[in-house]
Design a protein around this ligand. Structure first.
Ligand SMILES: [Zn+2]
Length: 240
């Protein structure tokens, strides 16, 4: 039987999403002995996020998508009805509890003039954190992973992955606005993961870039078939 190629995608918030988002309030607890920031690179000591995930609505006047994103961070939250279809696609994921705070008055610019009923969904909505439990090994020789910084004091290594699909924006001085820049994945570039383990997990992470949430092409197709909203996919590698 021919070995089927597995394409690896990064699951993320769509560019210029039209849906509500949140700010993680990030409560972390230290793991191990109490230590100060690394004097050389400034990294904090090892820590893990506490549960439940605490969040505050950032754009509550917008409609709510099935996927709900925390700007710039690595946590993933979905609406209750979207969790079971995801769990069918990826048996390795677990459900975590979420505590959503109403918008603070410092965000008055968003909520001024809005009646409480307009924000009623904020109180009613039932959210679930998606815990990605699996880390899949990568073929470091084949992957285009580069060390950005390696600290001799605390041993932390920061990586970047070159040549993967990305959508960013850059200021265009002539048009006086932000210009969308879409780079496709370069052939042979990206993270090369263990195909069997990636397929089994469905959704997973890799140690070199732990803030990425990854999935296989099968999971991508499943999410698209179920028409779950507010999610985009960037091609970042392959399974071998
Ligand atoms: Zn350090």
């Amino acid at each position: 039987m021919a070995v089927q190629t597995v394409i690896v995608y990064r699951i993320c918030e769509p560019y210029e999403s039209i849906y509500a988002s949140f700010l993680g309030l990030g409560e972390y607890e230290e793991v191990g002995e109490r230590v100060d920031l690394c004097p050389t690179c400034g990294n904090p000591p090892a820590s893990q996020r506490t549960s439940p995930l605490r969040l505050e609505w950032d754009r509550p006047m917008l409609p709510l998508g099935d996927f709900v994103w925390d700007f710039g961070r690595q946590d993933l939250v979905v609406q209750k009805d979207a969790f079971l279809p995801l769990k069918e696609l990826c048996p390795s994921i677990c459900a975590g509890s979420v505590y959503a705070k109403k918008p603070e008055s410092r965000r008055r610019s968003i909520t001024s003039g809005e009646s409480d009923s307009h924000l009623a969904w904020v109180k009613q909505v039932h959210l679930i954190e998606v815990w990605i439990t699996t880390f899949v090994p990568v073929d470091e020789k084949r992957s285009s992973i580069r060390v950005v910084r390696s600290c001799k004091t605390c041993g932390r290594i920061r990586h970047t992955v070159e040549g993967v699909e990305s959508i960013t924006s850059r200021y265009d001085p002539q048009a006086a606005n932000l210009k969308k820049i879409h780079d496709r994945r370069k052939s042979g570039a990206g993270v090369y993961v263990d195909a069997k383990q990636a397929t089994k997990a469905g959704m997973f992470r890799v140690r070199a870039v732990p803030w990425w949430i990854l999935c296989t092409d099968r999971v991508r197709e499943g999410i698209e078939e179920k028409r779950l909203t507010n999610v985009a996919f960037l091609e970042v590698g392959e399974g071998t």
